[in-house]
Design a protein around this ligand. Structure first.
Ligand SMILES: Cc1cc2nc3c(=O)[nH]c(=O)nc-3n(C[C@H](O)[C@H](O)[C@H](O)COP(=O)(O)OP(=O)(O)OC[C@H]3O[C@@H](n4cnc5c(N)ncnc54)[C@H](O)[C@@H]3O)c2cc1C
Length: 472
């Protein structure tokens, strides 16, 4: 006999839990199903643990450069003559610290769901058995059949592993397993050059590992403007991260004595103690029984949705990374807000008008909103552009971190901001001056007339905009 609910939420990523709670509060009898760790990727193996590691890596970096600030913390000198201090990173401690932060969030999500009114938690793997029927298989082999007129998919993604000859003979790392190490890799090779790859590259380099990034093409962060790609590469190279371009692994094999892996590249082999794959993500839609529900996916496994995040099947929504309309915690949470607004609050909200925004958490971060310069050029319409080095920002000079630059593009006719990016200290915070102005649909002059607090990064945004000139 199937258990009847008003709503079923599959997956507890960044939209599932708040939605389940809101559904329960609305009086709907709601089932929420999680097969692994509550809170999903962000909480357990994504944003939270990596940003906890970034913080530890930054502490090591600052300690090594303490002498630049007149702070003496012990002897030692790097080969370059840079004072090194006696900095040693205890990865087991770093991991334990991360586990405490992650554990508190994960437990908080579970408790929140279990205590929510009208919400029943199921622990197991969910599979559609019909358009409005789901079977939950628990780890102890039990099964529960659930039915509901409204079903919400929030099953997220997992690491994509490229098919390389010899893969089955080696040990390799993903974002999940790398975060479980307690001993520092001697030499970490990273396959991939997007944000996950680069965050790990810098943090492990700062921890003390040798790091080599294998870039398939000729530049890192291929979706960013070239000037940002090069600036981030320069930063990481200065810290000692090595890059190999045009480097697609042809095969992999174990090194003798379990010492690591040999990666065959066209330019010659690379030996590393550890190999991390950060080559993209696969949606968790292949084991959901979507056929039984009549839901189709595209060639990447993504579920097509409309602006309200409704799938082609009446009464089924897809939220978060699986719908391909953003692959971030904030886009998944925004998906929850859109569904809740339309379904529960009688308000019309759509993902169609969402302005894309994100940050790459190298240190300093690269944050971006709206269009890139390349995308503005591709529009083929007149535009204004301004750039400014972070060395002009007082806050950056005072902190001794003047690397990076800002960029903004404006439509000269409407005066609306088309896009902006900041690569520099606190860029992930300062970008919100642009995000909020763009969301309000206000002209860029609003930012020029605003009185910003001194000394901040944001206070230089009006000065940046003073330099707008036609895009050549
Ligand atoms: C290393 C790394 C760093 C990241 N850093 C950032 C960052 O700094 N900022 C940012 O915005 N984003 C970051 N992201 C992306 C971010 O983690 C995701 O975009 C975010 O978690 C949203 O995911 P989601 O809500 O779609 O689902 P997820 O968080 O992936 O959760 C899906 C959940 O569904 C469960 N599930 C899957 N299938 C089933 C099933 N059949 N039955 C039951 N349960 C199921 C899974 O176990 C999982 O708990 C990072 C990702 C990675 C990998």
């Amino acid at each position: 006999m199937a258990q009847r609910f008003d709503a079923i939420v599959i997956g507890t990523g960044q939209s599932g839990p708040p939605l389940a709670v809101r559904l329960g509060q609305s009086g709907r009898k709601t089932a929420v199903i999680e097969r692994a760790a509550f809170g999903g990727t962000c909480v357990n193996v994504g944003c939270t643990p990596t940003k906890a590691y970034v913080a530890c890596a930054r502490a090591a970096h600052v300690a090594r450069h303490a002498a630049d600030f007149g702070v003496r913390i012990g002897g030692g000198e790097l080969a370059s003559g840079v004072p090194a201090g006696n900095v040693h990173v205890d990865l087991a401690f770093v991991k334990a610290r991360k586990e405490r932060i992650v554990g508190a969030s994960r437990d908080g999500v579970e408790r929140w769901l279990r205590e929510a009114p009208n919400v029943t938690v199921f622990k197991g793997h969910a599979r559609f058995s019909g358009a409005h029927a789901v079977r939950v298989s628990t780890h102890d082999g039990a099964q529960a059949d659930l039915e509901a007129p409204e079903i919400f998919i929030n099953t997220g993604t997992r690491a994509q592993i490229p098919a390389i000859p010899g893969l089955e003979t080696i040990r390799y790392e993903t974002n999940s397993t790398l975060l479980a190490l307690e001993q520092l890799p001697e030499h970490l090779a990273i396959c991939g050059a997007s944000y996950v790859a680069l965050e790990f590259a810098q943090m492990f380099r700062r921890f003390g590992s040798r790091v080599t990034v294998l870039v398939r093409g000729q530049r890192i962060l291929s979706r960013e403007d070239e000037d940002f790609s090069h600036a981030v590469q320069d930063l990481l190279a200065r810290e000692g991260v090595a890059f190999r371009f045009g480097a697609q692994p042809r095969s992999v094999a174990p090194l003798e004595g379990d010492a690591g892996v040999r990666i065959a590249l066209d330019s010659g082999p690379l030996d590393a103690s550890h190999l991390l794959f950060a080559t993209g993500r696969v949606p968790n839609t292949d084991d959901l029984g979507l056929d039984a529900a009549g839901i189709e996916t595209d060639t990447h496994g993504l579920i097509a949705v409309d602006g309200q995040l409704r799938t082609a099947v009446e009464g089924i929504w897809a939220l978060g990374d699986v719908n391909g309309r953003g692959a971030f915690t904030h886009s998944s949470y925004d998906d929850f807000q859109i569904v809740a607004a339309n379904l529960l609050d009688g308000k019309a909200r759509s993902a169609d008008t969402r302005i894309p925004a994100y940050a790459v958490y190298v240190d300093p971060p690269l944050a971006r909103v709206g269009l890139s310069e390349r995308e503005v050029r591709e529009r083929g319409k007149p535009a204004l552009i301004a750039t400014m080095p972070m060395s002009r920002v007082g806050r950056a000079r005072e902190r001794g971190e003047t690397g990076g630059f800002m960029k903004a593009m404006v439509d000269p006719q409407t005066q609306r901001i088309l896009g902006a990016a900041i690569f520099g200290i606190e860029g992930d915070e300062a970008i919100h001056t642009f995000i909020d102005t763009m969301t309000a649909g206000a002209p860029y002059t609003t930012l020029q007339y605003a009185m910003h607090v001194h000394p901040t990064v944001s206070e230089l945004v009006p000065t940046l905009l003073d330099g707008l000139k036609p895009l050549a």
